[in-house]
Ligand binder design. Structure first.
Ligand SMILES: [Zn+2]
Ligand SMILES: [Zn+2]
Length: 333
């Protein structure tokens, strides 16, 4: 039996709510957008008005300039026509939210990107019971098991101790992954200055302004090679093989991404020190989450849909793939 939920229409350009009154993460400009988080494949420029957490709105302003925001805190409910909209933490990056849409007793959750693993930069994902769960499945295959981030960070600390004349250059996506890696290093007791590529500075300052303490950060651009020896340098993955990296003291090339569980990706990127640190749910997290929220139906926005659809079928949960276009979690995963 299919649910009679006809007020949510997933389309190529986003998830339409109540006949177009709002769209969740639309890929084209809309009069009213509900934006789950600040990554560019979810938060686009040019909407009339944006419902999002204050943190996501700040990230959008930093990236796109002035945005007419309708700030909604976690747990707060607003009304769009006859639909009640509530945002809950998604545990993905600073400000990331799941969207609960309620109408006439029917409950739909759009997770946006999410994870269940501990992340000191944002509050943890909250499982919310619903009729329809609309989820990503970036790592929707049983082979994907992300190790604890602390194990990966320990490898960085070991490498620094082994080679004090070199630096460890960590390639990490500028929004979310970079700040999370820095926080995990601090949790592990690394209290030396961390050097940043210029592309990281603005978002690190934004995180700090929202209460995420990152410790002492220095610009790598103005620094002498010698002072960076024995230190961690954080840069966008694209900078690892850039001219920019040549001025660093014999860098150990590290990268933080859930994709680095795949050996071929490590080879392709010529990474010395792969760090399997992901901001997306792995297979266990995805299936645990579906069990916990116990939906009647699962709709999969993007990722490895086939594996998750099969799992749902085996567990007698109706499921469908939405084939959302424009979602790419390559860089940020
Ligand atoms: Zn994301
Ligand atoms: Zn995404």
């Amino acid at each position: 039996m299919s649910l009679p939920i006809d007020w949510i229409k997933p389309g190529a350009g986003g998830i339409e709510v109540a006949g177009g009154a709002a769209f969740v993460d639309p890929s084209l400009p809309k009069p009213l957008a509900i934006v789950t988080h600040g990554h560019a494949d979810h938060a686009r420029a040019g909407h009339g008005r944006v419902i999002a957490t204050p943190e996501t709105l700040a990230i959008m302003e930093a990236r796109y300039g002035p945005t007419e925001g309708w700030p909604v805190a976690y747990g707060e409910t607003v009304e769009v026509g006859d639909v009640r909209v509530t945002l809950y933490p998604a545990g993905h990056v600073l400000g990331s939210a799941q969207v609960l849409l309620e109408r006439a007793g029917e409950r739909v959750i759009v997770t946006g990107d999410f994870k269940r693993a501990a992340d000191p930069t944002c509050p943890p994902f909250v499982p919310i019971a619903c009729d329809v769960l609309i989820t990503e499945a970036t790592f929707g295959l049983p082979v994907f098991r992300h190790p604890p981030a602390s194990d990966e960070i320990a490898k960085v600390m070991e490498r620094l101790a082994e080679s004090p004349e070199r630096c460890v250059l960590v390639g990490a996506y500028a929004l979310g992954k970079a700040q999370r890696v820095i926080c995990h290093l601090r949790e592990a007791g690394y209290d030396k200055p961390i050097y940043l590529h210029g592309a990281m500075e603005k978002l690190c300052a934004l995180y700090e302004a929202h209460g995420v303490a990152l410790g002492e950060l220095r610009s790598a651009t103005g620094a002498e090679a010698a002072e960076m020896a024995g230190h961690v340098v954080v840069a966008p993955p694209s900078a690892l093989r850039d001219r920019w990296a040549r001025r660093l003291p014999d860098p150990v090339l590290a990268m933080a991404s859930g994709w680095l569980q795949v050996r071929q990706r490590v080879r392709q990127n010529n990474i010395d020190l792969p760090l399997v640190i992901s901001d997306h749910a792995d297979w266990e997290e995805l299936t645990r989450t579906i069990r916990e929220v116990a939906p009647s139906e699962v709709w999969v926005t993007h990722g490895s849909e086939a594996g998750l659809l099969r799992w749902c079928e085996l567990n007698q949960i109706r499921a469908r793939a939405l084939h959302m276009v424009g979602r790419t979690d390559e860089g940020e995963a």
